[in-house]
Write a protein that binds this ligand. Structure first.
Ligand code: AMP
Length: 113
């Protein structure tokens, strides 16, 4: 999608600190980190949120989960990380291209604030 920020990152038109890539996903550091490790894992194809990605492209959705784990492990936190999918504006989603937040390196409370 031409007006999607994350599609522009996938296309290489907007710079990002990319930490991993595969056939289905790319992962890059969040510009406003909320933890010592804060990496976004996104599908290359555009879907507005994780629910629509999972419904339309289950292989890509599964790759996103697998890659999130591999990224946490590569950062030294395979044993303890948080994977967040904000889905919908009221749930805190601000970029409407599916993405998972891989967060690690500090303690996280439950329930989240
Ligand atoms: P969400 O609020 O769940 O939609 O998450 C969107 C995330 O994208 C936020 O954590 C932002 O800090 C992050 N973000 C926005 N623009 C960029 C960018 N250009 N590069 C990296 N992360 C970004």
């Amino acid at each position: 999608m031409s007006d999607c920020l994350f599609c522009s990152i996938v296309a290489g038109d907007i710079p990002a600190t990319i930490v991993a890539e595969c056939e289905h996903t790319i992962a890059f550091r969040d510009i406003n980190p909320q933890a010592p490790v804060h990496i976004l894992v996104i599908p290359r194809i555009h879907h507005p949120d994780i629910a629509s990605l999972a419904a339309a492209e289950p292989v890509a959705a599964a790759a996103l989960l697998t890659d999130a784990r591999a990224i946490a492990e590569a950062e030294g936190f395979g044993h303890a990380y948080r994977l967040v999918f904000n889905t919908g504006a009221e749930a805190g989603q601000s970029v409407f291209h599916a993405h998972g937040h891989v967060l690690a390196g500090r303690e996280f409370s439950w329930p989240p604030g």
